[in-house]
Design a protein around this ligand. Structure first.
Ligand SMILES: C[S@@+](CC[C@H](N)C(=O)[O-])C[C@H]1O[C@@H](n2cnc3c(N)ncnc32)[C@H](O)[C@@H]1O
Length: 281
């Protein structure tokens, strides 16, 4: 028998209960009875941090915003791939989650909060997006997807106005990355309508035949260079492109081809797949 042991219950401002449980050598967080994150299955969260950090290769002193902290895997993967001069702001809504990471459970992801490049904000990532700072990347893993909210208050992050705010908070060529358990044509369209170039990555399953989640990678446009008259004199004196005022990145990789999966979306919208053998999420 490997029964779950409840380690702590926290009542969130919206009245839902967040529960930290342990079984065997693992811990898991659930909200309102829906699994949110566990130490058993974190391949796609790792991939989120890794893929976006790779996009920032060549950017000087890249600045990344991650919302939320969870069990720290996305943050860990990003830090492992980012340069020494990077700055990573992590916004986590629930103080207990921060406390769990600062305590013994932070060991699972290698204690990323101790990294000097990290600035932790205990609060709503929406407020950071709406603040004055600009980022090269914003990573959102705060729900089970734009169509599978765990926190109803997050709805505005994914709607048009929220996407406009995210775009405004990004530097030219910056990336908004959104984790999801489900595909959403509507969300893809909203991203496109907001002016992002959109790719959808299917995360690699960590276990053979395991669940494959989704990551939207939405890129803001780079500024166009002003048109130069096509006279021979102009072309003879045309300066080479410089980085001044333009995008700060030098290279980017292309993501995998996107594929669609049909989910039964009438049921509970937890993260599908096995949290541990024999236990449905
Ligand atoms: C699925 S977990 C994140 C998992 C994380 N990517 C990891 O690697 O462990 C979602 C986290 O987002 C937090 N969260 C939810 N809404 C938030 C918000 N609006 N701002 C900041 N954090 C939020 C939750 O408290 C939870 O810790």
């Amino acid at each position: 028998m490997n029964d779950d042991v409840v380690l702590e219950r926290v009542t969130l401002p919206d009245g839902k209960e967040m529960v930290l449980t342990r079984w065997d050598t693992h811990v898991a967080i659930s909200v309102g009875g829906r699994p949110l994150m566990s130490t058993h299955e974190h391949g796609s969260e790792d991939e989120l941090g890794r893929v976006v950090a790779a996009r920032l290769a060549g950017v000087r002193a890249p600045r990344m915003l991650i919302g939320g902290l969870g069990l720290g895997y996305t943050l860990r993967a990003a830090l492992d791939a980012l340069p020494a001069d990077a700055e990573v702001v992590v916004a986590e809504l629930v103080p207990a989650v921060v406390r769990w990471n600062e305590g013994e459970h932070g060991a699972y992801s290698g204690r990323p909060l101790r990294d000097r490049r990290v600035e932790l904000i205990v609060g709503d990532v929406a407020a950071v997006i709406g603040g004055r700072r600009r980022f090269d990347a914003i990573l959102l893993d705060v729900d089970n997807g734009p169509d599978a909210l765990v926190h109803a208050g997050n709805a505005g992050l994914y709607r048009r106005a929220g996407l406009e705010r995210a775009k405004a908070a990004l530097r030219a060529g910056g990336v908004l990355a959104v984790w999801s358990a489900f595909p959403s044509k509507t969300f893809t369209r909203w991203l496109t309508d907001t002016g992002f170039s959109v790719e959808q990555v299917r995360a690699t399953p960590t276990t053979p035949g395991g669940p494959r989640y989704y990551i939207w990678l939405a890129t803001t446009p780079r500024p166009r260079r002003p048109a130069t008259p096509r006279t021979s004199a102009a072309s003879a004196s045309r300066p080479k492109a410089t980085s001044g005022g333009g995008p700060r990145r030098s290279s980017r990789a292309r993501g995998p081809t996107r594929r669609r999966r049909r989910d039964d979306r009438t049921g509970t919208r937890g993260r599908p797949g096995a949290r541990r053998p024999g236990t449905a999420r």
